[in-house]
Unconditional design. Sequence first.
Length: 116
Amino acid sequence: MEAVKQDQWEVVCTRSDLVVNSGVCALVNGEQVAIYYLPDTERKVYALGNRDPIGKANVMSRGIVGDLGGKLVVASPLYKQHYALETGACLEEEGVFIPCYDVQLDGDEVHVRAAG
């Protein structure tokens, strides 16, 4: 198996692996990444690191997705902080972020840009 190069798009799953209006977890270049499928939005897919920086656990793919003040967010299943899906910024704690990944649908494949 060949190692993924930095900034290379990696196929992580197919559209059928995704759960509508929810998240799933995938391993990208050795990192857990939460992938959210919102088919009624312009982008359709979003990807954040799976680790909750406040709860210190890999749980973000299990968070509840919603809209808060016009921003698409995921709520941590642990302490309920909201993180913007487009930026990874925590809405309640200034300066707290979750890594944000480039993600796209290509036909039925879900591609995430690996960050080395």
